[in-house]
Design a binder for this molecule. Structure first.
Ligand code: DTR
Ligand code: ZN
Ligand code: ZN
Length: 500
């Protein structure tokens, strides 16, 4: 232990690194050095095994998720934590077998699943053949707001299938209006102002009738046939809608002020399609390893409490983190200094994205989190790029509650730019993660280099904020200097243009 501390201090001096705790004597260990890629890899392998033996996924409401929560709980207990499991109910949806969608009159046409159409999340189950009628068809090449008002269905034939163009309001509103008007199924087809392809979306909650989303090409052709008279469609969906329970696993350090808590979160669930080893075994395993080592910072290094959270049902719409934040009282919320979120830290063609806390809409303090992480990588001469807060991960409910947030994200389905390929290597024009939400998001999908260096940044940020959150929320220690001097950072961007 002592030997390690000396070793760590020497290594720090050699690289010119200064952690905020470097002022303290004797030196506290460097958490980034305690957290090894080997430890993280072991968790990833275990999550892969859990998925392999439980239907190939770790999706909320399914066995692989339940076993994943038990794994995290067990690992935490072994490390001396008293984890809590916060349960919540959610609308579980599953497509039990592939849907079919076709024209039975005037022609006989079978549309191709995934190419010509998809099933909406929360579609009802059914097997119907009925006359189809177009609802409030917009002008050509316009989005319009078909089916958004109940009046749009004034002449809709009860017992028919509603043909509605996407646009103007939620899919849920269109489907609910169609159901109310007596439709036995609803077809919400792609709008013409986006690249054509089937519409995949969510109805937000269970709908009693089948709902499918074809391409604009298919949808507009069906509208033409319906208006000519005599269009009949066949739709079969085999879906399951029921309430199920998911959970968040939460555990906090013994030391540290409970009045100034740092919430470090990662979602534990995967999608249905695969084991979710990058999304989000990577974040899960990184913060689990950090939780297992953070105690080594001791009372001196843990001025603020670190509360680790593994969120459930992120993939169903940030349900776990939303449940957690909205269940807090105003007083409890006020005691959260910040949220660090880690969702996909090892994308195979990834970048080192640091959440863009400088976004003017982000709660004040978020930019300071971004700077702490960027400064760390700046000193290691490792590149970072800003990653937009797009509302697609569990920082969302924290930002909405006015709590500063930050974290690292290596990218999902987006395409790597030429500038990013120059900075990070990899392939320009290709997705950051080709296996995003797919069966191949296995252990073979992990970018070990990014996983490792990102874990260092996560560890550094956790260690910094365990010591002090002064730059984020103005909380200073009662005695002594709370924070190291900020490092001057050369801007990487001018506007949206990469300058170095
Ligand atoms: N929230 C992730 C998807 C994700 C991660 N990083 C990004 C960046 C841009 C868009 C999406 C994402 C998920 O759980 O699917
Ligand atoms: Zn995902
Ligand atoms: Zn994710």
């Amino acid at each position: 232990m002592r030997k390690f501390a000396i070793g760590a201090a020497t290594a720090l001096a050699a690289t010119g690194l200064v952690v905020p705790s470097a002022n303290a004597a004797p030196a506290t260990p460097d958490l980034a050095k305690l957290v090894t890629a080997k430890d993280i890899r072991r968790h990833l392998e275990n999550l892969q095994t859990i998925a392999d033996y439980n239907g190939g996924n770790r999706s909320a409401g399914q066995a692989g998720f339940t076993v994943s929560t038990k794994y995290v709980v067990s690992q935490l207990k072994k490390a001396g934590y008293k984890p809590t499991v916060q349960n919540f109910d959610f609308d579980y949806f599953q497509e039990r077998s592939p849907a079919s969608f076709g024209q039975t009159a005037p022609g006989k046409v079978d549309y191709k699943l995934d190419t010509d159409f998809t099933t909406y999340q929360y579609s009802g189950a059914g097997d119907v053949t009925a006359v189809a009628a177009a609802v409030d068809t917009p002008a050509p090449n316009a989005d319009g707001d078909a089916g958004c008002q109940t009046g749009d269905f004034a002449s809709f034939p009860k017992g028919g299938i509603a043909l509605i163009q996407r646009g103007g309001c939620d899919f849920a509103t269109k489907a609910a209006n169609a159901k109310t008007a007596g439709a036995v199924a609803v077809v919400i087809y792609q709008k013409p102002t986006v690249a054509d392809g089937p519409v995949g979306g969510t109805l937000g909650g269970p709908v009693a009738i089948p709902a499918v989303g074809p391409t604009y090409k298919v949808g507009s052709e069906l509208v033409r046939l319906a208006n000519a008279g005599g269009l009949k469609l066949h739709i079969k969906t085999d879906t399951l809608n029921e309430k199920r329970t998911a959970s968040n696993v939460i555990a906090e350090t013994r030391y540290g002020s409970s009045d100034n808590v740092v919430v470090v979160g990662a979602h534990l669930d995967s999608v249905d399609a695969g084991p979710g080893v990058n999304d989000n075994g990577s974040g899960t395993s990184t913060i689990l390893t950090i939780a297992q080592k953070v105690g080594k910072l001791g009372k001196k290094g843990l001025k603020n409490k670190i509360r680790f959270a593994w969120w459930g049902a992120e993939e169903e719409g940030l349900l776990g983190s939303e449940h957690y934040v909205t269940s807090l009282s105003a007083a409890q919320k006020a005691k959260i200094a910040l949220n660090l979120n880690f969702d996909m830290t090892a994308s195979p063609n990834g970048v080192r994205g640091v959440y863009n806390g400088s976004d003017p809409t982000a709660p004040h303090g978020s930019a300071a989190i971004q700077k702490v992480i960027n400064d760390y990588y700046g000193k290691r001469k490792l590149p970072t790029v800003p990653s937009d807060f797009n509302g697609r991960s569990d920082y969302g409910p924290f930002l909405e509650a006015g709590i500063p947030a930050g974290g690292i994200d290596t990218g999902a389905e987006g395409l790597k730019s030429a500038e990013e390929a120059k900075l990070f290597g990899g392939k320009a024009g290709q997705p950051y993660d080709v296996c995003y939400h797919a069966k191949c998001d296995r252990i073979t999908n992990i970018n070990w280099g990014l996983l490792d260096t990102n874990a260092d940044g996560v560890a550094f940020a956790v260690q910094s904020f365990a010591k002090s959150t002064l730059p984020v929320n103005g909380e200073a220690l009662r005695t002594g200097r709370s924070y190291a001097k900020p490092a001057p950072t050369a801007p990487l961007y001018r506007g949206s243009h990469l300058v170095r």
